[in-house]
Design a protein around this ligand. Sequence first.
Ligand code: NAD
Length: 334
Amino acid sequence: MTEQCSPCKQLHIFEYSNNVKIIIHIDSLALGNAIGGTRMLPYDSVESAIQDVKKLSSAMSLKAAIHGLNQGGGKCVIFNPEKLHFNEIAPLYTSALNQLAGSFIAANDMGISIKMINDIRHLSPFLISSNQLIDDPSYFTALGVFHCIQYITKNHLDTTIPNIKIQGLGRSGAPLCKMLLDSGFKVSAYDIKVSHVEQFKKHPNFSALDETNWFSLPCDIFAPCASGNVITNSNVHLINSKFVCGTANNPCENMAVINTLHSHHIQFIPDFVSNGGGLIYAAGTYHQLSRKEIIDKIKNIPKLISKLSCSSSNMYVNALSIANEKISSFVNES
Ligand code: NAD
């Protein structure tokens, strides 16, 4: 089933047996073919999977535009209520990608590892690893956030060794934690999986936080690196940091939360700015840029922060308007 939601947006739902659905949402093709990850999480309903894919794909359009990539935004979620192994689903998934004929280029995301994508690269030319085996983009996502944190520390904090609090030490949070500790930052972290925290416990600059109070403990920079919607209308008043800058997509529940952070003088670095490193790596590798070219682009992410903080309105609003302007100016030109 394909639904044309608006002139640019397309929702494609490919249905298979065992109630498996490959759901691909293309949010925008204005700047180029859409690129984005594939998620396989236990969704409660098809409707919640569709809501997730729409929200995530629109963030991908903004991310590609703000980072100057000639890509549109898209995302795929796999609805898999019977928990079939990915190997069973892979031929359906790649056939769905092939039917879209390159309007969507797929990467990995939560529930799908880069190994799973590398292992099936022969089945579709529309996987980010189709041209070459690729590394996990998560490292590059973490690298972008690391450079943002370094920039904030140098330009906006009155301490040289700030306290960074991380939620989630998974594929992006763990490398971020390691980069920060290796560079002399103090890091505290909370993860629901104790084993993810264990690896850092011996480091003298690391402290493990527990479930009961991790959220409200003060820090200079809070780095949400787990799932989205962690800062909500009901807990935003507990945030005790000067900055929020992490890898998580949509860490704020809604715009009201973002506005509350701003009014409390807590600077929220827009997620689609801070976490763009993985997309820059994925798109760059697909287009066969060198590693140095990719890393140089990622090191430039903090320049966006200075651009966004030059007016009194909040950075998120400024970032939205820059990204949307880029997308719409291209649509108007063509
Ligand atoms: P992941 O699944 O590898 O890691 C998430 C970690 O958070 C896990 O260790 C998990 O145990 C922990 N966690 C889950 N719920 C938690 C909770 N309530 N409290 C504390 N810890 C919790 O995921 P990831 O790839 O690192 O992605 C994390 C976030 O960053 C997601 O929102 C993802 O969409 C976003 N993101 C990731 C990338 C990337 O390249 N990996 C790129 C852009 C955005």
